[in-house]
Design a protein around this ligand. Structure first.
Ligand code: ADP
Ligand code: MG
Length: 225
């Protein structure tokens, strides 16, 4: 099994005034290519901090993060931005769509930022929206769509650049359980068909039915891997 994400003794200590808050305390983990891994744990256990360190949105205090063969600490800011844009897709609890843009424009914008040609960008954006089942919603704006549909747009946007890794932080947190199930099934399908590796932070007990592996974080440490 090829490892896509590896961490070694990862620490992230926040400084709050004179206080030191250790959010991650020595995380060592390996995640294999093409797997759907769920990361559970109480509020405050360090899930978001870990995801941010893996996605290069935050720098660990010590320890190593390697994603797709890159040691993240060794990339400078420009390299990190480019790497993130090309290799990682992010999905958040609150969708994070631009409200004035249609579903199509939200997805296509990512491709434009990357410098994809307009024609290829159009094709890819439509293909991603079709993949998440929104063929008939491409010209709708976020406020015209349900929460589940908005999260599908966000998933299409995360897939646009054909990332190898998707990091999702409580993506079903604002959805009712029937809609959450649909979104989890969609993620499962995407892991199979798009050959991505998915790490999903969630409280949702439903995820156990869809994930290959469930990790449990407690006080910044992995207690079940
Ligand atoms: P989770 O996502 O599991 O709820 P977080 O990663 O957000 O947990 O937070 C882990 C711990 O780190 C908590 O104690 C939280 O208060 C603290 N923390 C998170 N972000 C910051 C920050 N920017 N500054 C200081 N402390 C933080
Ligand atoms: Mg969190």
């Amino acid at each position: 099994m090829t490892e896509v994400i590896t961490t070694e003794n990862l620490w992230r200590v926040y400084k709050v005034g004179a206080l030191e808050v250790p959010a991650l305390r020595g995380i060592s983990l390996q995640i294999g290519a093409g797997s759907f891994v769920a990361l559970k744990g109480r509020s405050g256990s360090g899930k978001t901090t870990l995801l941010n360190c893996l996605g290069g949105l935050d720098q660990p205090t010590s320890g190593e993060v390697r994603v797709l063969g890159h040691s993240i600490a060794q990339l400078n800011d420009d390299e990190l931005t480019r790497w993130r844009r090309e290799q990682v897709g992010f999905v958040f609890q609150s969708f994070g769509l631009i409200p004035t843009l249609s579903a199509y424009e939200n997805v296509e914008l990512m491709l434009r930022i990357k410098g994809t040609s307009p024609q290829a960008g159009r094709q890819r954006a439509l293909a991603c929206l079709a993949l998440v089942g929104l063929d008939n919603w491409v010209h709708h704006r976020p406020y015209e769509m349900s929460g589940g549909q908005q999260q599908r747009v966000a998933i299409a946007r995360a897939l646009a650049n054909q990332p190898r890794v998707i990091l999702a932080d409580e993506p079903t947190g604002e959805l009712d359980s029937a809609t959450a199930r649909e979104v989890l099934a969609l993620f499962r399908q995407i892991v199979e068909t798009e050959k991505v590796t998915l790490l999903m932070v969630t409280h949702d007990p439903l995820v156990d039915e869809y994930a290959d592996r469930v990790l449990l974080l407690e006080d910044g440490q992995i207690v079940k891997a």
